[in-house]
Design a protein. Structure first.
Ligand SMILES: C[S@@+](CC[C@H](N)C(=O)[O-])C[C@H]1O[C@@H](n2cnc3c(N)ncnc32)[C@H](O)[C@@H]1O
Length: 233
């Protein structure tokens, strides 16, 4: 189970290079994955979106660009410091706040959508994280989770494992100067449940109409679920 103090200090250390590393290590496709999350949310203009574990704000920004009113929440101030400058005049609906995904600073049923990208894997209590996302979303609203996964096709999976466990930690160490952070990434991704199991976890917290879509050969998986009417917050 991830230790929140260690997680926060790791993200604080790599915050300065986080965006650059995302772009280089994913060969630039990470932003496409985030745009897919926004597409899956449907029409978001004027809608309220809470982006948990927002980090440097890229998913929050992608929602704001489509006209949503977004609150990004993260518990690492150094990551939020990189998110702040992404707010621009005319993008008034984008705010960032320091807070814990396990106790979001948002009242019950306040949001239309609650998203998390590459964040829930780092949260100490995943079930509580999902319950909290559900709590802040009104009935009929959506919970969206983007997370790394493992490719389905065996040859691609073998290549991916090689890249992820051997090459990526070296590249990560080179660019960020932090070897530990880029060993933590493959370790937690390989321990992450398969999409069907994670969908079961979403259903267990009471989300309905759950489904998922594998992106880029299954490197990443986008999960969704809806909050049912009459659901206790
Ligand atoms: C891999 S980054 C993802 C950032 C961003 N969502 C993205 O798409 O790039 C994970 C983020 O989760 C944050 N985080 C981890 N556990 C958290 C928690 N319990 N509450 C709030 N933020 C948390 C970390 O501070 C970090 O910024």
């Amino acid at each position: 189970m991830p230790d929140p103090t260690a997680v926060r200090s790791m993200f604080a250390r790599i915050s300065g290079r986080y965006d650059l590393l995302n772009r280089t290590l994913s060969l630039g496709i990470d932003q496409r994955w985030r745009r897919r999350v926004v597409e899956r949310a449907g029409a978001v203009r004027g809608r309220i979106v809470v982006d948990a574990c927002c980090g440097t704000g890229d998913l929050a920004l992608a929602f704001a660009r489509k006209g949503a009113k977004v609150l990004g929440v993260d518990f690492t101030p150094e990551m939020l410091r990189r998110a702040g400058p992404k707010r621009r005049p005319g993008r008034g609906g984008l705010l960032f706040a320091q807070g814990d995904a396990l106790r979001l600073p948002v009242s019950d049923d306040a949001a239309d959508v609650c998203s998390v990208a590459f964040g829930i894997r780092n949260v100490a209590d995943r079930r509580q994280g999902l319950l909290e996302m559900k709590r802040v979303v009104r009935a009929g609203g959506s919970v969206l989770v983007l997370e790394f996964s493992e490719p389905v096709s065996p040859p691609f999976r073998a290549m991916y494992r090689l890249y992820f466990t051997k090459l990526l930690p070296r590249l990560g160490r080179l660019v960020s100067g932090d070897g530990e952070a880029y060993e933590y990434l493959p370790r937690t991704v390989l321990a992450w449940p398969d999409p069907d199991t994670f969908q079961g976890e979403m259903e267990d917290v009471g989300l309905v109409s759950c489904g998922y879509e594998r992106l880029t050969q299954g490197i990443v998986c986008l999960h969704w679920g809806s909050v049912p009417a009459g659901s206790p917050s």
